[in-house]
Design a protein around this ligand. Sequence first.
Ligand SMILES: [Zn+2]
Ligand SMILES: [Zn+2]
Length: 275
Amino acid sequence: MRETFKDEYKYEEEKILQTRNIKVLGAYGTKAKGFGTTSFSLNKTDVIDAGNLLESLGEESIHVKNIWLTHQHLDHIVDIAYIIDNYFGIRKDTINILGTKGTIDAIKKHFLNDEVWPDFSKIQLPNNEMVVKYTEIELDKEYQISQNESIKAFKTDHTDSSCGYIYKRGDGAILITADTCNIDNAILEIEKDTTIKSVVIECSFPNHLEELAKNSKHLTPKMLFEQLKTVKRKDFQLYINHIKPSFILEIAQEIEEYEGDYEPILVKDGEILQF
Ligand SMILES: [Zn+2]
Ligand SMILES: [Zn+2]
């Protein structure tokens, strides 16, 4: 018999960690009315990217402690600015911004730099801790998040320092490429790690904009499924994200044309991804 509210709450938290899913807070490749940009909630305290934390989490965002960034583009970082600003008075914990060296350097130099937005690593919370701290992570190194959760970054082809992540919980894992125009490293990970049960890959532009996709280091349905042809394993669920909302119908139609044996799910804001 669980006696106190605190026990009940802890029990709920543990129950969530026994299931294997994450929540899409923002699914799309740019902001539009009713469409949020990339972010995933792994658990109460950890998110991958910060494109849509405010709209999706609201005040709950005060519990976010670790933001694992894939890269520094605005659609992946923008809500770092607003969750700090809106809930400064009630936030208790420092926000740890994690990413590769190039990503962290870009945030410090171009975003939270006292010019575009305050440098929150120099500003204290009411409890005297700094609002923000930074942690540089290494590629291909597994970081333990809790007793049964870990995360590992792998190199992608988007910015010089961009990465995707493999998030493990219990005996399953989900791989998220984030923005990339090449999924070679993701494929290596999928082939060697059969605990990966779900894969989220970006698809930003329709086929007729292949040139733009290549120049901006993104994928079209044709590029995506041509690269996926080399994957031997078929026992994973494919999810597709980062679609530019203005092309959503065109891209969805082209995905259907090229998907072959895959039965991809085009993710939406608020969607739960099982793995
Ligand atoms: Zn993006
Ligand atoms: Zn990007």
